[in-house]
Design a protein around this ligand. Structure first.
Ligand code: HEC
Ligand code: HEC
Length: 334
């Protein structure tokens, strides 16, 4: 390259670098509200995964997230860890890259992290095992296994440009307005019949692939679906996901099909343990949320730090609980 060319390219590179930095400076910090006009985070394209030892692990990690049952399901080719035949991507949509779809945008940037359910700091590998145990009803994988490390490499790659400790737009649930009333299970049932039954089935059982190795449409309840006490078992956590993403491919986070109320009613119907069974944690000697202050508002199992009933925590109305927590200096966790 000629000296002249370097003279031209250098200032351009510095300029591009400057704008790139200005952009990242706009990325909102923890807990700060994200400005409406901030664009959602875009993860890198898979074609940019390098062709070296790290790239091979990233690709394997992505493959594990997409074809989880094949590798580590009940008949897994590398080990039998999951208790069901779901894949991570059934919930972490588009292999954890869909905005507001339980994605992995800022996951690597925020781990190790304190977790209220365990009341201790968890590494990213341990958090992956959390999902393998619940919702997948499985047994944890060795933290040093090639599979855990590959998934960590993939999750790190998804959030390549996310600054440590930060959130980016699209990495959490969509905002919901809470109805003044409790969620209406009967309305949820009717809406489910209209918007969800065609793919997820009348009994929420989903539809398996022809070879029954996994699902075309994953189950929503029953003994093969996610567990009690796992994140999607919480009504608001699930309603945010449903509003932004379901019916699949029809709803988009900024063009939802359902209203907030409808999403909450459907989530309440799906997660109502009085009508819909699901697997439970086997070892009950270790309680969830040993520090009850750290329970999410919509976590439906007591004891609670406040005087609201388990039914109100689970199905709402949520605003009085939120107001009470704020008034009494208690954490408001979602
Ligand atoms: C039935 C749905 C479901 C399945 C299947 C599932 N997860 Fe999750 N996972 C969740 C939900 C819900 C959360 C919480 C997301 C949130 O808080 O926004 C979560 C959180 C996580 C987190 C923490 C994300 C963060 O940014 O804090 C990781 C890592 C994770 N899951 C990995 C996996 C992996 C790997 C698999 C497959 C082995 C898997 N999950 C399968 C539902 C699921
Ligand atoms: C057109 C088919 C279709 C319709 C209709 C549909 N879904 Fe889904 N749903 C899917 C698919 C496919 C996935 C898994 C996505 C993947 O693996 O890429 C999914 C995933 C889910 C998940 C997370 C995985 C699990 O099984 O827990 C939930 C929850 C869910 N859908 C709820 C709903 C609800 C509620 C409705 C109705 C408002 C609905 N879906 C309508 C196809 C559909």
């Amino acid at each position: 390259m000629s000296y002249n060319k370097i003279l031209v390219i250098l200032p351009i590179t510095i300029l591009i670098g400057f704008f790139a930095c200005t952009n990242t400076a706009n990325i909102p910090g923890d807990k700060k509200p994200v400005a409406i006009d901030t664009p959602v985070f875009t993860p890198p394209d898979t074609s940019t995964i390098p062709h070296d030892a790290m790239g091979d692990m990233i690709r394997y990690g992505r493959d594990l997230v997409v074809n989880t049952a094949h590798y580590i399901g009940p008949n897994g080719t590398v080990g039998k860890y999951l208790g069901n035949k779901m894949n991570c991507t059934n919930c972490h949509l588009d292999a954890g890259t869909r905005p507001f779809g339980y994605n992995f945008f800022s996951t690597h940037a925020r781990y190790p992290q304190y977790r209220g359910r365990e009341n201790r700091i968890l590494s990213l590998g341990e958090r992956i095992n959390n999902c393998i145990e619940r919702p997948h009803s499985g047994v944890p994988m060795p933290l040093g296994s090639k599979e855990i490390i590959a998934m960590e490499c993939y999750i790190k790659w998804v959030g390549t440009s996310v600054p440590i400790g930060k959130h980016v737009k699209g990495d959490e649930g969509v905002e919901l307005e809470y109805p003044k009333r409790a969620a209406d299970i009967a309305k949820g049932e009717a809406l489910f019949a209209k918007h969800c039954v065609s793919c997820h089935g009348k009994n929420g059982e989903g539809i398996m692939t022809a070879d029954t190795s996994t699902y075309t449409y994953p189950p929503l309840w029953g003994m093969k679906a996610y567990q009690k006490g796992s994140s999607p078992h919480r009504v608001l956590k699930l309603a945010r996901f449903i509003k932004a993403n379901m019916p699949n491919k029809l709803a988009v986070w900024n063009k939802p099909v359902l209203t907030d109320e409808e999403a909450i009613d459907i989530a309440a119907f799906v997660n109502d343990d009085r009508i819909h069974p699901r697997p439970e944690k086997k070892d009950k000697t270790i309680p969830d949320y040993p520090n009850i202050k750290m329970k999410a508002i919509d976590y439906g199992t007591g004891p609670f730090v406040d005087t609201f009933s388990a039914m109100q925590h689970k199905f709402g109305p949520y605003q009085p609980i939120i107001d009470y927590h704020k008034k009494n200096g208690l954490p408001v966790i979602f």
